[in-house]
Design a protein around this ligand. Structure first.
Ligand code: TXA
Ligand code: MG
Length: 540
């Protein structure tokens, strides 16, 4: 088949795509998530061609794409209140809603089910093509079945040239992983596939939302999938992929020991990894990881990788979608390094980190107060004191004896001073903490919590496999700090302005404990403790 190459910014090309689709043809189109392979959703024969072109099993239903809310009602039995609220909050955007279907939707589109999945994409070209076609468009991801989804035009061209009528070039995709799929067809709303809209965002709109077990676990032999797509092998590069659930340093050690494998990792891992590596960007940037993920899996193939070790991403926020895709790419193979699970505990001043630290201690974790190390003679060794004198003046250690107040006064006066102090003390703190971690490991301690206000600045996070962040409302934190350290409001404000804000911490957290209301806090801390214990048990 001759395949036409079209450009999304050219209105004639978009019109042409619409004509082809109206006539029952196939066109690959850009969306904000991944490219889709579109056909007229209401034309069973057109839809059949999608399955043929992709090599997709015909019982795997397709998502119907619409460009306006009024197009939803004819496709479904009824539009429940919850669907209206979700549409209001997330459409147009990366959310697919499953509802009971109307007779208008052919069985080819719904894969024989009596439900239909509907989504309103945000990408202007996707919307323009739907408008030009004048019909809703069924569109699975525009890859050959089993391959990673395409997030750039080059990917689509590679998979589908010669197999479809036209390809519409709209540049790279913003989100990079497919839409979140939620079903409203059961009793409780349930996420069948995590994506660009997060579980927390959905819960904020609907209240209770479940996560389908198949998101995190492989289906048992013979079990019925809520979403047929979940029973098929997915996103698999040619390389054998293993997910490694570890801190950056543990991850690197794991990969370095197994020579010859590729690392699919984060920027923070790169300094430690010796062999070939592809980075998904920062460990703390779930959005960036999502954008790069499929391209990286395809690149592994291009490089001829036979074995790859992927660093397990955080499951928080969009991270859950990245984790879910990597799990499938790895065929659910997850490795856990042996030994102590090191957990970072951080958060802004006055959030109540120590309260949570105490709770974890009572729950059986070892807790190391890293702040107290800044008082230890191992950190403030004679050579350290020499460096401090050189940086901040003789008066910070008259006669070689550290004068803490004076050092604090000078070092904390400017950003530059703070940075210099860190440069001198952080490597020493890190060394001390490593020793504690090593002893914990030798003693067989399951969980070591590092209570560290400067967890990220000091580089301690590179030995943490999990990060717990404690936050509280700013007002509440202010009054706590004022009472605790006997400060005026103004002084407390000044201290806060020199520190990172809530977002900095929250975006780096595997778990956030919101420390404002007592019962909520206790529940959250209990859930975190239980989860950490489960993770530690996998390392025995
Ligand atoms: O972001 C996206 O959703 C992209 C773009 C192109 O819009 N599309 C996409 O489609 O990822 P596809 O076909 O690759 O994935 C659709 C998933 C499959 O896992 C399928 O089994 C599930 O949604 N699905 C579709 N209809 C369903 C239904 N009625 N019940 C349960 N699962 C359904
Ligand atoms: Mg797909």
């Amino acid at each position: 088949m001759e395949t036409l190459f079209l450009k999304a910014h050219n209105t004639h090309d978009v019109e042409r795509a619409g004509e082809i689709l109206r006539a029952g043809g196939l066109v690959a189109i850009p969306t904000e998530t991944v490219y889709g392979l579109a056909a007229d959703a209401l034309n069973g024969n057109a839809v059949k061609k999608i399955f043929a072109a992709k090599g997709r099993p015909s019982d795997n239903p397709l998502i119907v794409h619409i460009s306006g809310f009024s197009q939803l009602a004819p496709l479904v039995k009824e539009v429940p209140e919850a669907a209206k609220r979700l549409a209001q909050a997330f459409w147009p955007g990366p959310l697919t809603i499953i509802l009971e279907k109307s007779a208008l939707v052919p069985m080819e589109t719904s894969g024989g089910l009596d439900t239909v999945a509907v989504r309103m994409p945000r990408h202007p070209a996707a919307r323009a093509v739907i408008e030009a076609a004048g019909v809703p468009l069924a569109a699975p991801s525009a890859n050959l079945s089993g391959r990673p989804s395409p997030t750039s035009f080059a990917h689509v061209r590679e998979d589908l040239t010669g197999r479809v009528d036209a390809l519409l070039d709209g540049g790279p995709c913003d989100v990079g992983v497919e839409s979140t799929v939620i079903t409203l067809a059961g009793d409780v709303p349930r996420v069948l596939r995590p994506g660009g809209v997060t579980l927390a965002q959905l819960q904020a709109v609907l209240g209770q939302v479940e996560l389908d077990p198949a998101v995190l676990h492989s289906l048992r032999e013979g079990a019925k999938a809520s979403s047929p797509g979940m029973k098929y092998k997915h996103y698999a590069p040619k390389a054998e992929v293993t997910l490694v659930d570890a801190s950056p340093e543990e991850f690197a050690a794991y990969v370095n020991e197994r020579k010859g494998g590729w690392a699919l990792c984060f920027q923070e891992d790169l300094p430690f990894v010796e062999g070939p590596a592809i980075s998904l960007g920062s460990r703390y940037d779930g959005g960036g990881q999502a954008r790069r993920l499929f391209g990286a899996l395809l690149e592994l193939d291009k490089k001829g990788a036979q074995t790859a070790f992927a660093h397990c991403p955080s499951r928080a926020g969009v991270g859950l979608a990245v984790y879910n895709r990597l799990l499938r790419a790895a065929g659910f193979r997850v490795a856990h390094p042996e030994g102590t699970l090191v957990v970072g505990l951080a958060g802004p001043s006055g959030a109540g980190k120590s309260t949570v630290g105490d709770f974890l201690k009572q729950g059986g974790c070892s807790v190391l107060n890293c702040d107290s190390l800044t008082r230890s003679p191992q950190v403030y060794s004679p050579d350290c004191i020499e460096e401090l004198r050189a940086a901040f003046g003789e008066d910070v250690a008259p006669g070689g004896k550290l004068h803490r107040k004076e050092l604090a006064r000078r070092a904390f006066a400017t950003q530059e001073g703070r940075r210099r102090l860190g440069e001198i003390t952080f490597p020493r703190i890190l060394k001390q903490v490593r020793q504690v971690a090593e002893s914990a490991r030798e003693a067989g301690t399951p969980i070591l919590v590092l209570d560290a206000p400067t967890l990220f600045e000091s580089g301690l996070d590179s030995i943490c496999a999990r990060i717990v962040v404690v936050t509280a409302a700013r007002e509440e934190r202010l009054s706590r700090v004022m009472a605790r350290d006997n400060l005026s409001r103004e002084q407390a404000e000044i201290r806060f302005s020199a520190q990172q804000d809530e977002d900095f911490y929250e975006s780096r957290a595997d778990y956030v404990i919101e420390n404002s209301r007592e019962p909520g806090r206790r529940l959250a801390a209990e859930a975190v403790l239980a989860d950490l214990k489960g993770e530690a048990a996998k390392r025995l």
